[in-house]
Design a protein around this ligand. Structure first.
Ligand SMILES: [Zn+2]
Length: 121
């Protein structure tokens, strides 16, 4: 039966991490910053089925926290910087990390949904 073959979740998630179509790995997954394209320009795979909700945001928050929180310990173990500069630099770093990580995590979630045929994929 056509279309029932098993899909490789690992490669689909890696393609999503690179913001590429989980099916072919060539077409762009997102248009703009976080909007999912309706379909892949290369293979025609319908992408509008993606329904990731808040999952990528929560996962991104955990990743950023796991990076930022230990940095406080490292910074204060090395020296005694002004707390205001530490707070400001960590806020900037956390924001930049979150903005970089969020679309990629969304791509991973969409890749997993595609591989597991969830939500109409
Ligand atoms: Zn494609």
């Amino acid at each position: 039966m056509q279309g029932d073959e098993e899909r490789d979740a690992k490669s689909a998630m890696l393609r999503g991490l690179r913001l590429r179509c989980p099916s072919c790995g060539r077409g762009r997954l997102l248009s703009g910053y976080l909007k999912v394209k309706d379909s892949c320009a290369c293979c025609g795979q319908a992408l509008h089925h993606a329904s990731v909700d808040d999952g990528p945001a929560y996962f991104t928050l955990m990743v950023v926290a796991a990076i930022i929180f230990p940095l406080f310990g490292v910074i204060y173990a090395v020296g005694e910087p002004e707390p205001i500069w530490v707070a400001l630099s960590m806020m900037v770093l956390a924001t930049v990390l979150a903005l970089l990580i969020l679309p990629r995590v969304k791509g991973v979630f969409i890749g997993l949904q595609w591989a597991k045929r969830l939500f109409g994929f």
